[in-house]
Design a protein around this ligand. Structure first.
Ligand code: NAD
Ligand code: MG
Length: 396
C-alpha cells in the first residue's frame, strides 16, 4: 500500500480550509495533515490541531504563537509553531509535503502559494487573487518547477473536468470555441438598482447558494468574483478574455461549461458544495467520496440562464477591461477591490462605491509591465495607496 500523501492547508480556519479538512478526514489512509495555518481564529486553529495532529502550525505573530503553544502543550501535542509569511512559505515548500491547499484569502496568499509552486508541489489553488495579481510570473513558475496546478474554484475545476487532458496544447488545437463561465448572480441579482445604495454587509454576505468567507461573499454580490475568475480562467487555460463568456445561472448546479467547435457543450454539474472540487483535485486523476450528497435533478427541476447585466454589475466590466489591459492592471484591480470590500464590510463606504473606488483608482494610474514579483507588489501597494486616498476623500 502507498504511503499517505502529506498535505499543508494554508488558510485552514477558513471556509475552504475547513471543507478540505472534512474531505481529508474521510480518507486517513490516503492523506495526512503536515501543516495547518490560521491568521486570527486561534481557538479554532487549536481545535483543528487537536483533531488533525499536524507536525507544524503557522500563526500571524509571536503573541499568537505563545497562545497556540500553550494550548498545544495542554493538549499534549508536540506540534511545532511557526510565525508569519516566512512560516507560511516554509510549510508550503517543506520537502516532506506532497500537496498544498492554497486557501488564504487575498494578496496575503501570493508568496506562500508561489513558494509551493516553486517547490514543485501539487498545488490546489483556491486563492484566485494570487493568480490574478501575478498571472504571467505565476504560470512561468509552474512550468519551470513542474508543479501540478489544480483549480479548486468550482468554475475552473468544472472547466478543467470538461477540457481534454492535453488542453495545454492550446484551446484552438483541442477544438475549444469558448469557455462558458457560470455565475449565480448573487443576492442582488434582482434588487431594484436604486436600493443598492442601502444594502448592508449582512445582505451582501447572505449568498443564495454558497456558504463562503466574507470577502468572496461580497465579491460574489458585486460580481467582482466573476471578474477575478475571468482573469483566473485566462491564465489557467491560456484563453483570451474574449474566449470567456459569463453566463448567469441562478441555481449554481452547472459549475461551468466548455463549448467545442463541433457544437458540443460539455458541462460539469453537482450540488453547490466545495468538497466536490476539493475531492476531485486531491484525488486527481482518480475519484473518491467527498461527502457531498448525490445531485437530485428532480428536486432541482429546472436550469435557467441569462446574460449578465453590466449596469447592475460594473465590477464585471472593470475586470474585463483589466484582463484586456493585462500587465499590472489585474493586480491593481485586485488590490483596489480588497481595500473597497474591507471598507464596505466596516461600513465606511456604500455598496455602489466599491465599483466607483476601483474605477477611479484604475483611471489614475498608467498600466505598467510586471517583469518581477517586486513589480507585482509595487502595483499592489500603489493601488492600495490610491484607494486609501479615495477612502479619505469619500469614506465615513
Ligand atoms: P475565509 O475568509 O473563510 O478564510 C480565509 C483564510 O485565510 C483563513 O484561514 C484566514 O485565517 C486566512 N488568512 C486571512 N488573512 C490572512 C493573512 N493576512 N495571512 C495569512 N492568512 C490569512 O475565506 P474562504 O472563503 O475560505 O476563501 C479562501 C480563498 O478561496 C479565497 O481566495 C477565495 O476567493 C477562494 N475561494 C473560496 C470559495 C468558497 O466557497 N469559500 C470558493 C472558491 C474560491
Ligand atoms: Mg468560484
Amino acid at each position: 500500500m502507498n504511503k499517505p500523501q502529506m498535505i499543508t492547508v494554508l488558510g485552514a480556519t477558513g471556509s475552504i480550509g475547513l471543507s478540505t479538512l472534512d474531505v481529508v478526514a474521510r480518507h486517513p489512509d490516503l492523506y495526512q495533515v503536515f501543516a495547518l495555518t490560521g491568521h486570527s481564529r486561534l481557538q479554532e486553529l487549536l481545535a483543528l490541531c487537536v483533531k488533525h495532529q499536524p507536525q507544524v502550525a503557522v500563526v500571524a505573530d509571536e503573541a499568537g504563537a505563545r497562545q497556540l503553544e500553550a494550548g498545544l502543550r495542554a493538549a499534549g501535542l508536540a506540534t511545532q509553531v511557526l510565525i508569519g509569511e516566512q512560516g507560511l512559505c516554509q510549510v508550503a515548500a517543506d520537502p516532506r509535503v506532497d500537496a498544498v491547499m492554497a486557501a488564504i484569502v487575498g494578496a496575503a496568499g501570493l508568496r506562500p502559494t508561489l513558494a509551493a509552486v516553486e517547490a514543485g508541489k501539487k498545488v490546489l489553488l483556491a486563492n484566485k487573487e494570487a493568480l490574478v495579481m501575478s498571472g504571467a510570473l505565476f504560470m512561468q513558475a509552474v512550468r519551470r518547477s513542474g508543479a501540478v496546478l489544480l483549480p479548486i474554484d468550482s468554475e475552473h475545476n468544472a472547466i478543467f473536468q470538461c477540457l481534454p487532458g492535453d488542453f495545454s496544447r492550446g484551446l484552438g488545437n483541442v477544438g475549444v470555441r469558448r469557455i462558458l463561465l457560470t455565475a449565480s448572480g448573487g443576492p442582488f441579482r434582482e434588487t431594484p438598482l436604486a436600493d443598492l445604495e442601502h444594502v448592508t454587509p449582512e445582505q451582501a454576505c447572505a449568498h443564495p447558494n454558497w456558504s463562503m468567507g466574507r470577502k468572496i461573499s461580497v465579491d460574489s454580490a458585486s460580481m467582482m468574483n466573476k471578474g477575478l475568475e475571468l482573469i483566473e480562467a485566462c491564465w489557467l487555460f491560456d484563453a483570451r478574455p474574449e474566449q470567456v463568456e459569463v453566463v448567469v445561472h441562478r441555481q449554481s448546479v452547472i459549475h461551468s461549461m466548455v463549448d467545442y467547435v463541433d457544437g458540443s457543450v460539455l458541462a460539469q454539474l453537482g450540488n453547490p458544495d466545495m468538497r466536490t472540487p476539493i475531492a476531485h483535485a486531491l484525488a486527481w486523476p482518480a475519484r473518491m467520496d467527498s461527502g457531498v450528497a448525490p445531485l437530485d435533478l428532480f428536486a432541482v427541476g429546472r436550469l435557467d440562464f441569462e446574460a449578465p447585466d453590466e449596469q447592475r454589475f460594473p465590477c464585471l466590466r472593470l475586470a474585463r477591461q483589466a484582463a484586456q489591459a493585462g500587465n499590472g492592471a489585474p493586480a491593481m484591480l485586485n488590490a483596489a477591490n480588497e481595500v473597497a470590500v474591507a471598507a464596505f464590510l466596516e461600513r465606511r463606504i456604500r455598496y455602489p462605491e466599491i465599483a466607483r473606488m476601483i474605477e477611479d483608482v484604475l483611471e489614475q494610474e498608467p498600466v505598467v509591465a510586471l517583469d518581477a514579483l517586486d513589480a507585482v507588489f509595487a502595483a499592489d501597494a500603489r493601488a492600495r495607496e490610491l484607494a486609501g486616498q479615495w477612502l479619505n476623500r469619500h469614506g465615513r
